[in-house]
Design a protein around this ligand. Sequence first.
Ligand code: NAG
Ligand code: NAG
Length: 477
Amino acid sequence: MLPRLWIATTALLFLTSCILCTNPGLKVRVTQKALDYGRQVGIGVLQQKLREMRIPDMSGKVRVKWIGKIKYSVKSIQIYQLGLPQSALKFIAGQGIQLSITNGFIGVRGNFRIRKHFFRTSGSFEVAMSRLSISQTIGMSRDSTGRPALRSVACSTNIGKVDVKFTKKKRWLYNLFRKFLEKPIRNALERQICPKVSSAISGLENNLKTMEISFKMNQFAEVDYSLVNQIQISNNAMDLDFRGQFYRVGQRKDPAFKPPPISLPSESTHMLYLGISDFLANSAGFVYYEAGILQMKITDKMIPTTSPIRLNTKSFSVIVPELEKLYPNLPMEMHLRATRPPVLQVTTNNINVQAFGTFDVSAVLPNSTLASLFALNIQASVSAQVNILQMKLIGSLQLNHLNLSSGHSNVGPIPVAGLELIMKIAVKLVVLPQVNLKLAKGVPLPNVKNLNFINPKLVVNQNILVIASDLQYHPRL
Ligand SMILES: *[C@@H]1O[C@H](CO)[C@@H](O)[C@H](O)[C@H]1NC(C)=O
Ligand SMILES: *[C@@H]1O[C@H](CO)[C@@H](O)[C@H](O)[C@H]1NC(C)=O
């Protein structure tokens, strides 16, 4: 009654919890294929753990048929073989993960002595235990730090068959003694199996605790990947909702926009599916804009030498004749600053960024003060390429269109069309390369120590980037 009630409540909690779900910036789906891989890696670990089981020495007096009371002692009992040839790891909706092991076997060896009055004998024996089954339920939840956590929920084990064999001589005699060996050895092992499984789970849990869920990108921004919802488990997958949001270091302020819901493809050919919403990039744009660092000074030195147009009044006076009279032969500077946070939009097979800013154009006077000449408002349409490299998202931008309009001017009317070329050169050859250099450092994705993507594939869907990947576990010893 109680367990059933418990399952019903958990299932209910599971269902209702999603009505209250916060949309994540990053959703990760773990499929059955990942469990199959986890099982392969995990069984080896578990097998090693189980080999650590110890069977204590035994001694005592027992009454044996035909012979009567004898004294016995059993020593040096050791596991010499242990195999877990059949196992399965499955999701259980609303609950967790179930590990089932069947047909396992354990081989044990030991020595014994028997005494009755002046008669003594000794020998060795082997115990073959087979049809070992272990059933372990692992609960998954979000811990107080926002990381996924594992815990052992229920474990049961059974050794189906125990077969004691003695060395050849005097076998008839020892066989009388057989049942006094079987039970204690079976019990000793059955008692230890679940705690060993539990300890293997703790090992895994310790590894999860090292999961990095917050990355400081630089002095201004950090990205938060703590879980925003409880882990959702269905019968064939597990979904983890990570915040996936940039914050100003030491200041948690949310932008006015919210993440859209993320729906992942209903595929299961890869171990992992990650849905990264455009919210992640837009929260970064918001943070950097609010921090006032989306700006840049452009001087003539930064314009490639191949450019026919230089950043000086002589060159510009071809377009703005007033410059020749007012500021002859002076170097110029441009200050570019964002006037709004950039907006990244992800549509099928396309990532586009709209950036809004102003170029303040000045002449540099001989005493180094700046004389403001004019301002140009720009709207740039940029396309983005995203790649994955070592659990990081690497972006790079390319200019599509540049729209200019004139702002204030101290040098008469500004022929905007005539300035298009130099502004394009400035954006293409100076601004974007600098931005790309920063983007090349990459945005790390949440990751667990020693776990890496294998052949990640990136698909651009409406509002989200989907990464489909397999995993490889590489413990560095
Ligand atoms: C720099 O020179 C300009 C014009 O020659 C003058 O108006 C301005 O006051 C000077 N500024 C400084 C700081 O000397
Ligand atoms: C540029 O401006 C024109 C006219 O205002 C507008 O129709 C167009 O969408 C803009 N293009 C971009 C890329 O912003």
